[in-house]
Design a protein around this ligand. Structure first.
Ligand code: ATP
Ligand code: MG
Length: 430
């Protein structure tokens, strides 16, 4: 029988890579905190309705990409394809609209989309999701864009491009939809099948079609910005003014749309010049009509979602990772079976005193254990065999210089700590 493999489109994040994720998530946490955003943990499955109403029936995500299943009580549930709808659901469910606004939250975790797997595109992937719910001030939009850019700056990313647009509101979008339809109508036969289907249901979606022929037509299309109502125009102006004030460079992209009714005003994306075709590191925008779409009162909101895989890929591409996977500082070497209980006790004592330490559990000989110690990147080997035990000693070998010294057993841990602190390694628990 063939052994079972992981399903298509999912990835194991193994130790060579997981430390990079921990680094990214750690920087994300600190950046979010510095901007006043608090962490929440949300469920990975929700009622299907939350997404069909919250993201919109005519989007790719809802039409083709959701993992939907019935549970044992025949409820229709869906593995979350994104976090914004859940975030707003949680905000409403816990009455956060009654407190101080905006409520600023972030979360990170796996999302699920049935897509064609390729580099930078998976069926389970992680997003960092940051949302400010309950304020319509354009400077909250500026703050959201600024937070994402500050995160990428702290991560050391460069060669990024920020694109912004405004998709208007329910007041001005119908006008634009009309303008766009009359522009597209004579060109309908040149569009791809999907876009012809979009023409009636959701013509704005045609603007971000990846088909080259549709893209060429979209490039010629009238800009939504020219159709904006007074309020949306002012909002878009202040967003740009705010970005200029913080020195963020950006460009306008009239094809950047989130073609859904509850997405309003600001749309933005951060693209990486080093990612090839899956080049969006982050996407975000304002969704003033989302809360209503899922049955709540009118609550404005704005946020972004950034793919962790794509952040890590870009950082690897740009050589941003300077650290390495964690390795034990000390390797306890025990060449004799009879000394193992004491060797294990020493190992435990080191760990309790905040020194990262490890040992062999496979009965290897002295030489082989030292080899493993070096392979794991340990700085010191602490040798405790029968001979050392009888003499109430232990030998400590510096694996960098090869020097070896004997220490009294009861001073062992203190000696190791001071040797490590000479090497600039301090205990981890402060
Ligand atoms: P794309 O244009 O790449 O399909 P999207 O518009 O579907 O992106 P959003 O829904 O805005 O993406 O999600 C925000 C971010 O999540 C993206 O910018 C990307 O970094 C990441 N992302 C989206 N889908 C995937 C996926 N299948 N695998 C890995 N990361 C993804
Ligand atoms: Mg997508």
């Amino acid at each position: 029988m063939e052994s079972i493999k992981a399903p298509r489109g999912v990835r194991d994040i193994l130790p060579e890579e997981s430390w990079k994720w921990a680094f990214v998530l750690d920087v994300a946490r600190r950046t979010a905190e510095d901007f006043g955003y608090a962490e929440v943990h949300l469920p990975v499955f929700e009622h299907t309705e939350l997404f069909s109403r919250g993201i919109g029936e005519t989007t790719d995500v809802v039409e083709k990409e959701m993992y939907t299943f019935q549970d044992r009580a025949e409820r229709s549930l869906t593995l979350r394809p994104e976090a914004t709808a859940s975030m707003v659901r949680s905000y409403l469910e816990h009455g956060m609209h009654r407190g101080v606004q905006p409520v600023k939250l972030w979360c990170a975790g796996p999302m699920f989309r049935y897509e064609r797997p390729q580099k930078g595109r998976y069926r389970q992937f992680w997003q960092l999701d940051v949302e400010a719910i309950g304020a319509s001030d354009p400077f909250v939009d500026v703050e959201i864009v600024a937070l994402s850019l500050e995160l990428y700056r702290r991560l050391g990313l460069s060669n990024l491009e920020v694109k912004i647009n405004s998709v208007g509101c329910p007041e001005c979008r119908p006008t634009y939809r009309k303008t766009l339809r009359s522009f597209l109508e004579p060109r309908l036969s040149e569009l791809c099948d999907t876009c012809r289907g979009r023409f009636d249901r959701n013509p704005l979606r045609i603007l971000d079609c990846k088909n080259p022929q549709c893209a060429a037509i979209a490039e010629q299309s009238p800009s939504v910005v020219e159709s904006l109502c007074g309020e949306c125009g002012t909002h878009f102006g202040l967003l740009q003014r705010g970005l200029e004030e913080i020195g963020a460079s950006f460009s306008l992209d009239k094809r950047l749309v989130r073609g859904l009714d509850y997405y309003t005003k600001t749309a933005y994306e951060v693209l990486s010049g080093d990612l090839g075709s899956q080049n969006a590191v982050c996407g975000g925008g304002r969704y003033d009509n989302l809360a209503e779409a899922i049955g709540g009162p009118h609550v404005p909101g704005v946020g972004f979602a950034s793919g962790i895989e794509r952040i890590v890929l870009t950082m690897e591409q740009q050589g941003c990772f300077t650290g390495s996977a964690p390795h034990p500082a000390v390797f306890v070497v025990c060449p004799d079976e009879e000394a193992r209980p004491e060797a294990f006790a020493l190992l435990h004592l080191l760990r309790q005193s905040g020194v990262s330490a490890d040992m062999d559990f496979t009965g290897k000989g002295m030489k082989a254990q030292l080899k493993v110690a070096a392979g794991k990147g340990a700085l010191l080997a602490c040798i405790l065999g029968s001979e050392e035990l009888r003499a109430s000693r232990m030998a400590v070998k510096d694996l960098e210089s090869g020097e070896q010294h004997l220490y009294a057993r009861e001073e062992g841990v203190a000696s190791i700590r001071s040797l490590l602190s000479n090497k600039g390694i301090s205990r981890k628990d402060g």
